[in-house]
Design a protein around this ligand. Structure first.
Ligand SMILES: Nc1nc2c(ncn2[C@@H]2O[C@H](COP(=O)(O)OP(=O)(O)OP(=O)(O)O)[C@@H](O)[C@H]2O)c(=O)[nH]1
Ligand SMILES: [Mg+2]
Length: 686
């Protein structure tokens, strides 16, 4: 492959609702561009893009995949992404390194939830777009109905560039409204437009010509004077419209039959922008951003957008070059970490295959193996001119499960495997819950965590079980109490003696534990006071109700007695713990539970259902802010009620809702629920 410059590359992300056909379209593109000589199928697990064993098994895409091809002298870096919402982290990464997007819509299902979501993401990222109405060969495929949905949701700027010839079993090809030719069969043959389609084609062409003319003063003048615009002029106008986002052409295909794919490649090449037409976003200080022009001859700046564990080469780092060029076997500066990094052999990736290259220039995308300190989101640049490219905004985890290793051998490898997993996938997080002692894996949904567990077994050989996490309840007291404990034993020679009186007082929620001494006159010698405190702080680990840690208490030792021979530190520790436990039982102990702040974003029409559901979850709705045609609900809700909210919300809204959640504070658990928890704990103990 000859090296490509800034203006002969297109970085194009494929986006859609799950299953609209992105991976199949990508496969047909590679086949049409002669990068592969056999057209693989998702259903047979033979596509270039879905090569990961988990993808083959599930017949869905899980990871983004790089699928470069050559077309008419240009290099098209196609990036296939997963449609399933649990894997949106991959989508965000792919969008960040693209200038253009092809949004695939299924001709039978029309515009779906995921279509609207990727439309919004690509709009936020300012990507130039094409829409591809795919699966025209399917039963129930309806181009005109789908077009109507597209235009009503996304606006009249979505204009057909093509019309289908036939549909379902009779789908034969497409009419190109610019050249007014038909292209049917695979490989495509140019034929005349069927007479039955002629009027339709004329009227849609008129709309396309008008839109193309409107992008340019000179063209619109000519158009309004009734002059015919040349094909070149139309293409130029159309290109301006697409690059600026004023026009989104709608195309037609059947990926399975490889129909319409050559014209799609033509459109990507002709209308989607090159890296040269997009500025580079640089982060100056903590939150100041500025843009610079991309330039092949400037100092190097590349953004790392993905890290994966490859079975053969180890850690594989995907990056996009924004300015300058990067060489194999060189040294670069990791500006994010502030350290130098050695670069070995550079690769171009095509699915799972890696082609070695000596250099990658501005605008291009590649990978390198075995980097030591570089993470996703880092900028690799020249040490002489360090800069940081604005990193990718990944969604925060919302769904958690507890991870239990299956065997002792799994336990030993668990920590390392989990940290590599979260290093690979920035939408996964791991932490140990100090309250419950569980290892918690958090991500974007149930499927996301299941896939992570499968990956852990396959790549790192660690078998785990995932379960709903325990709620980190706490215990505290509601009134003050005094308690006395005397530890006294006479066994043969030396006896044991410690005697302590404690006062327990409740503190406000979220306080640090306090301990004080009011001993005067040496009722307990001063050197034994730390032992009393130690006894109390050990007793804090386990409450008297259900054995949860005890919090928000001030303990004061105010009296006691000692024995000149039999007293010891250990005796006062035992007495301190004993008095504290007694005090807890007397001070009307309660169970408290974590309350979360939750923000749910849902379509207007589903707001009532969401509030209804939240009410059954003991939530307090605190605010409702309409934003466009969605509502953002803010509520406080006990963690115990929303452990599986990702699943509930998906089923209530068919995937139209999203939420974020964070810890707020602890509150008393209602007594009927607390009683149940205490009873369960006691049964567990017995
Ligand atoms: N009839 C028909 N089926 C298609 C076409 N394109 C894709 N399919 C089928 O639709 C299903 C999903 O196709 P994929 O290519 O995996 O879709 P995707 O958008 O990559 O799916 P995700 O990656 O899971 O979001 C598979 O069974 C394909 O064989 C098409 O043009 N016609
Ligand atoms: Mg796919």
């Amino acid at each position: 492959m000859r090296p490509h410059g800034l203006d002969t590359i297109h970085n194009v992300v494929l986006l859609s609702h799950c299953g609209a056909g992105k991976t199949s379209v990508a496969e047909a593109i590679l086949f049409t561009a002669k990068e592969i000589n056999r057209l693989g199928k998702v259903d047979e697990g033979t596509t270039t893009s879905d090569y990961d064993p988990d993808e083959v098994k599930r017949k869905i895409s899980i990871n983004l995949a790089m699928l470069p091809c050559q077309w008419q002298g240009a290099k098209i870096n196609l990036i296939d992404t997963p449609g399933y919402s649990d894997f949106v982290g991959e989508v965000k990464a792919a969008i960040r390194v693209s200038e253009g997007a092809v949004i695939v819509v299924c001709a039978a299902s029309g515009v779906e939830v995921g279509t609207e979501q990727v439309w919004t993401y690509s709009q936020e990222a300012n990507l130039s777009r094409l829409i591809l109405v795919n699966k025209m060969d399917r039963e129930n495929a309806d181009f005109y109905k789908t077009l109507e949905q597209i235009q009503s949701r996304f606006g009249a700027k979505c204009i057909p560039l093509q019309l289908p010839v036939g549909a379902h079993k009779d789908f034969q090809g497409v009419v190109d409204l610019l050249t007014m030719k038909s292209y049917t069969g695979s490989p495509a043959k140019e034929v005349e437009i069927p007479s039955s389609l002629q009027d339709q084609a004329n009227s849609f062409r008129e709309k396309l010509v008008e839109a193309a003319a409107e992008t340019d003063d000179r063209l619109i003048e000519k158009y309004l004077e009734g002059e015919e615009l040349s094909l070149e002029e139309l293409k130029t106008g159309l290109r301006q419209g697409v690059v600026s986002g004023k026009i989104v052409p709608v195309l037609v295909s059947s990926a399975l039959q490889n129909v319409g794919v050559g014209l799609l490649l033509d459109a990507i090449h002709s209308y989607l922008p090159s890296p040269k037409e997009r500025k580079v976003l640089i982060a100056r200080d903590s939150d100041k951003q500025e843009t610079i022009e991309p330039n092949q001859d400037s100092p190097l700046a590349t953004l790392v957008f993905k890290t994966s564990a490859d079975p053969y080469v180890g850690k594989l780092t995907y990056f996009r070059v924004y300015t300058g060029a990067i060489d194999s076997n060189s040294q670069v500066w990791n500006a994010t970490q502030g350290e130098a990094e050695r670069i070995g052999q550079l690769f171009i990736l095509r699915g799972k295959t890696q082609e070695p290259v000596s250099q990658l220039g501005a605008g291009d995308i590649g990978a390198v193996a075995k980097l030591g300190l570089t993470n996703t989101g880092d900028t690799l640049c020249s040490q002489a001119k360090p800069m940081k490219i604005v990193p990718i905004q990944f969604p925060k985890p919302i769904f958690s499960e507890a991870v239990y290793p299956k065997t002792k051998a799994d336990l030993d490898k668990l920590g390392a495997a989990l940290s590599r997993l979260s290093e690979e996938d920035p939408t996964l997080q791991v932490h140990r819950d100090a309250g419950t002692g569980e290892t918690i894996l958090s991500g974007l949904g149930e499927t996301h965590l299941e896939a992570a567990a499968e990956k852990m077994l396959r790549k790192f050989g660690v078998g785990v079980e995932l379960t709903t996490p325990k709620v980190p309840y706490r215990e505290t007291i509601t009134t003050s109490a005094n308690a006395e404990y005397k530890h006294k034993k006479q066994t043969g020679g030396h006896g044991q003696y410690g005697h302590v009186l404690l006062e327990l007082e409740p503190l406000p929620r979220g306080s640090a534990p306090e301990f004080a001494s009011r001993i005067v006159g040496g009722a307990i010698p001063r050197n034994y006071i730390p032992a009393v405190e130690k006894g109390v702080s050990e007793a804090l680990h386990e409450g008297v109700l259900a054995g949860y840690p005890v919090v928000d208490i001030k303990t004061t030792v105010y009296d006691g007695s000692f024995h000149p021979v039999d007293s010891s530190e250990i005796c006062f520790k035992i007495a301190g713990a004993g008095a504290f436990k007694k005090g807890l039982s007397q001070a009307q102990p309660i169970l408290i539970e974590p309350i979360m702040n939750i923000k749910v974003t849902v379509p207007e029409s589903l707001t009532g259902d969401i509030i209804g559901d939240l009410n059954t979850k003991r939530a307090r709705v605190q605010g409702m802010n309409p934003q466009g045609d969605v509502n953002v609900l803010e509520a406080q809700v006990p963690l115990a009620e929303i452990l599986r909210y990702a699943i509930d919300l998906k089923s209530i809204t068919q995937g139209r809702g999203s939420y974020t959640v964070e810890f707020s504070h602890y509150e008393e658990t209602p007594s009927h629920i607390a009683q149940k928890i205490v009873a369960e704990k006691q049964a567990e103990k017995a």
